[in-house]
Design a protein around this ligand. Structure first.
Ligand code: AHG
Ligand code: MN
Ligand code: MN
Ligand code: MN
Length: 346
């Protein structure tokens, strides 16, 4: 890790982005876009932090009639609040052509009353909903694409670009501290929110994921629903020193992807949400555009790897805005090992 301060003074997100612009890594519009998303995340962080005192816990909709998103998931109040905060913050800046969200059936072009820019923003406004009511870390995930040339009013089809086309991606984790982790294609960098000052401060420049690991993250309760190669892979992890892997593994599962990926970016590990017989018809549990692609971009930029178990995640051609995929990401050697189990089986 290189130093996170320049000349001894802390580097704010604003300064970091200006320097990235001078280095030719981001345009002025992309810089504004990231600043706006970061500001929205601060607002969400405040709402999350109020907990029961802010009246933000529990289900959205009227009692007994939970509101549902397009994927048939019951929405929590904070899913809806975070979505509204991100929509409102990004409508008027002039940097975006359109937005898409886990919580909206279709993408939305920027309303005609505002100028339209060249970027498309996709987000999972609140990741880890099942943890909201129990005071465990949740987060926001986002991905930025270019609006195709000549398109002034983007529709869903214009968002269906592979992860390699992302120009920026990041997440914000609302935990004991609030952190923003960001890539614009030149490394993965972590910022911590200084709550008194109200600004994100660079705390790790160039995060690097160790290549090897002894830690895995998976929802073990799904074991009997997994495919054969996944059963074999985890079986070998659990056999530990005596098995083919020759080392003992430890397990962690927060059930907030943001928190699990943040741990892996910080100290290594493999995260997996594989195909299972419950999510097989949908293609997987996690969403390509709002979860898998942005996290895979961040992980690759930190020296890690990300696959579907069969192919590089960032090369998957999306077929729908809410498309789901199996996910394996984290320490490079371990992701390669898990992927090999699947490829050898096929
Ligand atoms: P979301 O809250 O945005 O719908 O995403 C939840 C996801 C992800 O954060 C997590 O890794 C996974 O669902 C947890 O799944 P299980 O409930 O099966 O553990
Ligand atoms: Mn959800
Ligand atoms: Mn999510
Ligand atoms: Mn979500």
């Amino acid at each position: 890790h290189t130093s996170s301060t320049a000349g001894g003074s802390p580097v704010s997100l604003t300064r970091f982005l200006l320097e990235e612009q001078r280095a030719g890594h981001v345009s002025a519009d992309l810089r504004l876009l990231i600043e706006v998303v970061a500001r929205a995340c601060k607002t969400i962080s405040i709402a999350v932090g109020k907990g029961a005192l802010g009246g933000v816990l529990g289900d959205a909709g009227t009692p007994g009639v939970a509101s549902m998103n397009i994927e048939g998931e019951a929405q929590k109040k904070l899913d809806v609040i975070a979505n509204d905060v991100l929509l409102e913050a990004n409508a008027w800046g002039g940097h975006l052509a359109g937005l898409a969200s886990e919580e909206m059936d279709h993408s939305q072009p920027i309303p005609d009353v505002y100028p339209r820019g060249n970027y498309l923003l996709l987000f999972d406004p609140l990741d880890g909903s099942s943890n909201i009511d129990v005071n465990i870390s949740v987060g926001t995930i986002f991905s930025v694409l270019r609006c195709p040339d000549g398109v002034t009013t983007p529709g869903d089809e214009h968002f269906l670009q592979p992860g390699t086309a992302q120009v920026a991606a990041g997440y914000c984790t609302y935990g004991p501290s609030t952190m923003l982790v960001l890539t614009v294609g030149h490394g993965t960098h972590a910022f911590t929110l200084d709550r008194e000052v109200g600004s994100f401060v660079l705390t790790t420049r160039g995060m690097t994921i160790p290549e090897e690991t002894k830690e895995f993250a998976v929802n073990m309760s799904n074991q009997r629903f997994w495919e054969a190669p996944m059963q074999r892979y985890v079986g070998d992890l659990l056999t530990g020193k005596e098995g083919p892997r020759g080392k003992d593994f430890n397990m962690r599962w927060v059930a907030s992807m943001v928190a699990d990926v943040h741990r892996i970016l910080t100290r290594g590990g493999i995260f997996s949400y594989p195909l299972d017989s419950k999510c097989r018809d949908k293609g997987g549990k996690l969403r390509l555009m709002y979860e898998a692609n942005p996290m895979s971009f961040l992980v690759e930029q930190a020296g890690g790897a990300a696959t579907t178990g069969r192919m590089r995640m960032l090369e998957v051609q999306p077929t729908g805005l809410h498309m789901r995929v199996p996910v394996f990401l984290g320490s490079r050697r371990e992701v390669e090992a898990a992927t090999a189990y699947h490829l050898e089986h096929d």
